[in-house]
Structures are given as C-alpha cells and as structure tokens.
Design a binder for this molecule. Structure first.
Ligand code: NI
Length: 180
C-alpha cells in the first residue's frame, strides 16, 4: 500500500469530471487500498478518486469512530433526495483547515457498485448523507467551497495559494539540504 498525494484546492485537476469505472481488477483493488490508507492517515471520513488525481467514479467513506467500516462506492448514482435539508459544517482533505456550513438534502438513496462490481443500494441520513453528497460532488469536479459566497471562496483561495507557496519553499529548502 502507499500514501497518495491529495490535490489541494484550487488545483484545476479537482474540477475534472470523472469517468465510470469499467475494470474491476487488481488495479482497482490497489487504488481502493491506497485511497483507504491515505484517508485514514489524513485523517478524513471520505475521499474521492478525483482528489488523488484519478478521474474515475470511485468514492470511499468511513464515518465510524473505530475506522473499520470502509464503504466503497463505484459509479454511484443518487436516485432520490429528500425535500428536507440539513446544514452541516463541512471540511475537505483538499481544502485543509477550512470548515463552513453547506445545505444539502437531509437524506438520499444511492445506487452503486462495490469494488468487485456487485450492485447495491443504500439509504443514508445525517453525516453519511452529507459525506456521500460531498464526495459525489468531487466526481463532478465540484469542491464544497463552490457553495460558499464568492467573497469567502476568494479568501479561501488566497489562503490556500499562500500556504502552497510556503510548502513549496520548504520543499525547495529541504531539497537543497538546508535546515532551519
Ligand atoms: Ni472533499
């Protein structure tokens, strides 16, 4: 297994639209295992393949406290949204340190395949419903900050870019063998 690099907002690759998974072989099994390791390490409760620069319809979620209830959703489709809404403070591994309220359907029904290609259905509410909708947005190239006001979004973008320059500078210094 290996830790994968998570793309950071506003990386343009986060806005690519994912294609359906067609191959359920070893490559997918390895991708799921690597994504799970990456998500648990981060730590996070969900990760979409788009966030690790693989633009295929694959999402993993684990909202359990014990971190032993991995859910794999391949080619997921939301078949029903409740009319009632809920607002949750969301965060995202691609937008570290930022949390803000997003309104979404309180309950959803999803149809998906597991990592072996077997179809299943799922009805979700609470955090799981939030997480499914958040991760499935990633597959459409959408990041949760796009629900926020342009003012907030621009502030977040500026903060992320500033942090990125800091990280790049650090990496360059490390590569040059300098320590401070
Ligand atoms: Ni996210």
């Amino acid at each position: 297994m290996a830790l994968l690099n998570i793309l950071r907002y506003p990386d343009a690759r986060l806005h690519k639209v994912a294609k359906p998974v067609t191959d359920f072989g070893e490559r997918l099994a390895k991708l799921v295992a690597d994504m799970a390791e990456t998500m648990y390490d981060a730590p996070g409760v969900g990760l979409a393949a788009s966030q690790v620069d693989v633009h295929e319809q694959l999402v993993i979620i684990d909202i359990s406290d014990t971190k032993d209830a991995l859910q794999v959703l391949v080619n997921p489709e939301i078949t029903w949204y409740s009319d009632d809404k809920q607002v949750y403070d969301e965060g995202c591994l691609s937008v570290p340190g930022i949390y803000d309220g997003v309104e979404r359907a309180a309950r959803v029904k999803v149809r998906a395949l597991d990592q072996h290609g077997k179809a299943y259905e799922l009805e979700a509410d609470g955090l799981l419903a939030v997480c499914i909708q958040h991760e499935m947005d990633h597959l459409l190239g959408k990041v949760f900050v796009q629900y926020l006001s342009p003012l907030k979004r621009n502030r977040i973008k500026a903060k992320m870019l500033k942090e990125e320059r800091g990280l790049e500078r650090e990496a360059a210094l490390r590569a040059a063998g300098r320590r401070y």
